[in-house]
Design a protein around this ligand. Structure first.
Ligand SMILES: [Zn+2]
Length: 88
C-alpha cells in the first residue's frame, strides 16, 4: 500500500494560537505561519488583521489592546493618523 497523504495527521501536528484582535485561532507553527508574534507587545496577530490595520490600529475599536499595553508599561505612540502601527 502506498503511503497516502493524511490530512488528519497533519491536523494533529498543527499549532494554533489566537489572534489578539479578532480572537480567532490561526496556524502558527510546524512550518505554517498565518500571522505573526509581536514580541515588543507580547501579542499575536493573524495576517487578516495585520493587513486590515496596515494604516494602524484604531484603538477606539480595541480597548483591550490599550489595557494590554498599559498593563505591561508599553508606550503607545500613535501615527500621524492617530492610529497605532503594528511594530515589525
Ligand atoms: Zn486576527
Amino acid at each position: 500500500m502506498p503511503t497516502k497523504y493524511s490530512p488528519r495527521r497533519d491536523d494533529e501536528n498543527a499549532v494554533f494560537i489566537d489572534c489578539f484582535l479578532c480572537r480567532q485561532p490561526f496556524r502558527f507553527g510546524d512550518g505554517i505561519y498565518d500571522g505573526k508574534h509581536v514580541r515588543g507587545w507580547e501579542t499575536n496577530f493573524c495576517w487578516t488583521c495585520i493587513n486590515g490595520n496596515h494604516d494602524g490600529i484604531v484603538l477606539e475599536y480595541h480597548p483591550s489592546l490599550v489595557s494590554h499595553l498599559k498593563e505591561r508599561g508599553i508606550p503607545i505612540r500613535l501615527n500621524a493618523r492617530g492610529w497605532l502601527d503594528i511594530p515589525n
